[in-house]
Structures are given as C-alpha cells and as structure tokens.
Design a protein around this ligand. Sequence first.
Ligand SMILES: [Zn+2]
Length: 242
Amino acid sequence: MKTEASRLFDELNTRYWGGRLPRYRVIQRADLGCWGLCDNARRTILLAPHPSREALRLTLLHEMCHIGTGPGYGHGPRFLRKLRRLIELGETALHEEDLERYDGTVVERHIAAAKVAGTLLPEVPFRDMLKSDIEDLAASNLDLRLRWPRVARALAQQYKMSVPQLRRVAPWAEREWRRQRGEARELQRAEARFRSRSADSTTSACPVPGGPGPGSSRRWPPRSQGVQRSRTCCTSSRTCPV
Ligand SMILES: [Zn+2]
C-alpha cells in the first residue's frame, strides 16, 4: 500500500511534471538528521517528520527538483531552473525559503544589511564566507572527486558573479580548495583507520544514524549543502532552527 508521502509524490509529479519524473520511493524517517534528502542512485527520497503537511509538501517539491540534476553541486543552475519554474507555476512559498537560499540572494542581503549597519569590513567577510564554502565543499564531496572548474562555477554562481570575476576577487580560492581538499582526505583516511581498528575489536564503534551530517551545520551563512555519494542532504529554513 502506498504511503501518504508516496501518493503526494505521484500527485506532484502529475501536476508539475506531467507524470514524467521516474518513480522514486518516498520514505519518512525520524532519524534523518536533515529535512529531506534525494538519493538519485537509489531513486529514493527521504523525508524527516515535518510540523505540517504543507511543510512536508514543500520539502518534497525541493527534493523532486534534485531528480535528474546528476552528481556534483546539488543546488546549481539546473536545480535552480526547476525551482524557478515551480515558483512561476504558483509555488511561491519556494521563493524565499529555497530559491533565495541557494541563488545567492540571502548572502547578498546579509552583506547589504551588514554594510548598512556598518559592521562589514570590505573584503574580509567575503573572504571568510568563501573560505567557509570551500571548506564545506571539500568536506562533503570527497567521494565525487570534484575538480576545481566545477567548484569555481558553483562558487561563482553562489555569489552571483562569473568565474573570471571570482578569480579576480579571490585569486587564492583555488589554492584554498586544494588545501582544504587535502585536509578533508586526510581526515577521511584517519576515520577509515579508526573504523577498521574499531571493527577488529569486540566493542565496535558504529556511526550514529541521524548524527550530524552535511546538512546539519549550524554555521552561517547558509551555503552549498553537502553531497555525499550522490545523496543531497538539504536543510531548509522553513523548519530549521538555524
Ligand atoms: Zn536540496
């Protein structure tokens, strides 16, 4: 028997995609660690319990926009195009909570407000934000082996600039990416060593389901959400306390 979430998937697929989206399983899980997650490899969408059916429906629409966007930066131009189309078709609630979160508007607004408040030192906050984004991408995309050109495109998109502009304002970014990627890989290797040692012992350490994932970061600004093994974990301020 179909769950309510599966029925909702079918309903939205028919309404907005003419039923052309491939069949995905939609599973609700209490221990997800983020609000929604689209696993394109397994054709599965996972949803955490939401405070209302409408909030769940909006997260499901967000996750459905991830279908067919391929691996890599999960909230890139293809994803944003799909989101914009839904907004044009009347899903206006997706504008503030989803589109502006990922198209750079939120960051822009923050910078503008900081300028007005006089708390923005030119260059420094941007540098910190960009470094934080790079760190995130490096930490959460280990398995995808993202290369710099793709990362540069994602970052440029995030800050509403072209790649050459990004290169001009942050000539250090590629070097930082390589450094962060190296550190992230080293950390991954150390974790793997720790896990294999734990597996040998009688008291094996298991990863805690629903533990802090790429989508559970508490830092600001909201950044490119992490992608792990083609699973895109999304947080939305709709229900997120951040
Ligand atoms: Zn997402």
